[in-house]
Design a protein around this ligand. Sequence first.
Ligand SMILES: [Cu+2]
Length: 155
Amino acid sequence: MHIHRYERWWMTFGIGMLAIFLAVILFAAFADNMNPPSGMMQVDPTKVAQTPPFDKPGLRRTGPHAFDAYYVAQIFMFAPASIDVPAGSTVTFYVTSPDVVHGFNITHTDINMMVVPGWVNTASHTFRERGTYLLVCNEYCGAGHQNMFGKVEVH
Ligand SMILES: [Cu+2]
């Protein structure tokens, strides 16, 4: 069977690209150790209010400059609505939802998570600059979505 020269170039190019993509994925997985999350925390969405630590959402100090912040995102509020930490603190956020999918986005940081009922999402940020950081829900979650916000005060 005769394959036109240009056709052969395109096939070589296409197969070459697939080989490069595969090499990038394998490199990230094995050399950079980038893997999908495993052992993620789960929580029964119908029992969030009774499940520690989400039965008492809020800030816990874990070290001189370290905090854990446990949040419940629900229609249409965040609990806690506001937290207060000293500048230079690293805060690890743990968020879950008892109802629908919400967003958890803290402005001027790289914290931007999807909050899915049944799962605990987590991310950390070191707040070096003083100020008030706005926390917003950026996943449309219902009629009161625009009222769903909180804040992080860094003093
Ligand atoms: Cu929401």
